[in-house]
Design a protein around this ligand. Sequence first.
Ligand code: H53
Length: 829
Amino acid sequence: SDLPASGRAPGPAVPLALAPIRSVADWRDAILAKLVYALGRDQRTASDRDWFEALALALRDRVVAHALDSDNLTRAAGHKRVYYLSLEFLVGRLLVDTLTNLDMTGLTRAALGELGADFERVRAAEPDAALGNGGLGRLAACFMESAASLAIPTCGYGIRYENGLFRQEIRNGVQVELPEDWLAAGNPWEIRRPERDCDIGFGGHVEQVGDDDGATRCVWHPAELVRAVAHDTPVIGWRARHANRLRLWSARAVAPLRLDAFNAGDYLGAVADDVRARSVSRVLYPSDTTPAGQELRLRQEYFFSAASLHDILRRHLAEGYDLSRLPDMAAIQLNDTHPAIAIAEMMRLLVDRHGTAWNEAWRITCGCFSYTNHTLLPEALETWPVALMERLLPRHMQIIYRLNADHLEAARAKGAASDSLQASLSMIDETQGRRVRMGTLAFVGSHRVNGVSALHTGLMRETVFHDLHVLHPDRITNVTNGITFRRWLFEANPRLTGLLVDVLGDAVLDDPSVLAGLRGLAGDPGLRARLIACRRANKVALSNLVGEQLGIGLDPDALFDVHVKRLHEYKRQLLNILEAVSLWQAIRARPAAGWVPRVKIFAGKAAASYAQARLIIRLINDVASVINSDPVTSDLLKVVFLPNFNVSLAEIIIPAADLSEQISTAGMEASGTGNMKFALNGALTIGTLDGANIEIRDHVRADNIFIFGLTAAEVAVRRLDGWHPEFSIVASPALAGAIEAIGRGTFSPGEDTRFAPIVDELRRTDRFLVTADFDSYAEAQRRVAALWRDRDAWWRAAVLNTAGMGPFSSDRAIGEYAEKIWHVTGLER
Ligand code: H53
């Protein structure tokens, strides 16, 4: 977006100023030049971090060249762009991603070698960009990579959090949160874009210019302005086909220093405005599926939505288009309700700033926006108190009232006239004080609303969005999530990737459907032997890490049973650890009964304020320390909790997993994406019929996955009927024994009440139906052990898992968004 509207700049695709890299020596010199001239470091004393930075800067030059070229092509072709608005982008490290997509990994290893630097250490020197909590943020990162790979002109918009997701330490079994300062040493990937900065208002009052129905021009006089400061990170697609940008906003005061106050000696007062403004981009909220419900969070949401829309309209007008054409040129995707306020902001900009008539403004808005819903958990569907909205965003509140009146009137005209229907359809929830339902605003202002798995989309239609769905039956659609195979297969598991290329040819790197060719080879002993060797090497690598970090020795030939994801009661890490306790008790009772040696591996962070989830972490760690030091069971069972789960740790754990735990209460996990990463790498899933597990079962086939437990429909019935966990506990001696041991203090010597909140929850309410599913889960675990003993059958199933996962590529998901929702194609060259 830096060239005149006149169209494509003359000249070659990659600017000539950037010397082509023809040899290791060329590349070595380019890296060295960055080390010396951009960083001012000496080759002889450079640290791994210095080399990482030099390498990243050298790579960035090349990626930026691609990004400029992609921009020029997009503009010249008058091609529609996609804007992905997300409060989270869980990017992780970018070095290997960039090298992979530029096909420069081998060259770089060699060049660093000549410079006396070690590639693996340099790679590890990059901090994880943890600008997200879990699935939703990682999905956004996968989507950015896939959009670039499919050459779909896309700009991601989000917040450049000073401190991303906290760093987790485990001290005496307890989670401790420490700030993550990923920017402390600077970020070589990003480029400041001061010409794109803009000011965002909050508070103040509204001046009525026309009639008083809120549908004509008004002037908003904010009481406060915060400057949105733009930072771009280029995102290169597979085989460098295309490059997009991730534009992240940080906040600061419009006038960062009050010089008069400073000169008068009031050093704190002089910067108070700036400190206040910067708080907007200071921290990522640690909530995952529950909103923090705080004013600062609403400020964050409006801040980045408004800055992004300002940028989108600026670009559209600068390219010479009329606003009426915005839906032809811009598809704006709301990733969950967090940016839903953008709908009211778009109306404000069109009506108040550009003088567009109300109905035309609404046509433009609905034509541009679409919304992805990622959860049906009632506590996670955002609502904001009307009073807070009126104070912080007075003009937006007026606009929402007016939109709501139009929406309810249209519903009445279609027959939805009863008080109860009108109350259910309203953007204002009157049941718990007056609150704005952001999901309803997002639904009404979007031309398409999608769920993230077939089950979830069905439940959207039947439950939370039922009445809106009846009103707009064509609006809800499904796009099952996906993952980028570049990161989660090629980069995380180069051994398996090499094997797949040997067996299926290079085409597997470009076309995930080629994986299906493995089906015919599922019984091939040669392939099986190579797969086993590759998994074993990955398990040795993980065992080494566990040894270094926790001092626990693992047997790489044991079954690695892995449960890694955010800690949440609905994800039921508790079910898993209860089963581990019961297994331990069973082994102790009959040590010589021919048990399959197992390692239970857990990792995941709990929101700092989520007491029960933190206590589950403590239980896992306390159970681990008792079991791991039991000489009777030590060769048969180990429990490991790896601290500080993040993208980079996932890249090590997943390729080493034999069994993938996807055991949420059915109906509660919208999709899951970890489930896809494991199955792609050949782990077998033990899981409920929840989220995308159902589609994974359909593709890997029911014989190759361990399904157990209540279905979503059965869960709903149990809940309606009133659920009594004591019956399940009485009926299951194994479950009763495990709960008893925890309640008795077996894992908390001297403090038998430590886990009382967990034991009480299980015995009294059991909201997540852990006890209802326990026996079925334990039985499925026995099926797992039986299959593991039959090595041929196990590895056949593993092959069939990888073979069936082609459809779960995020390229497929992005292709569906492009076709069904955004109405955009990839850019042709
Ligand atoms: O989004 C993932 C899903 C997953 C769901 C997750 C999610 C968040 O990470 C945060 C908020 C939210 O509403 C949902 O829990 O099931 O796979 C991506 O769609």
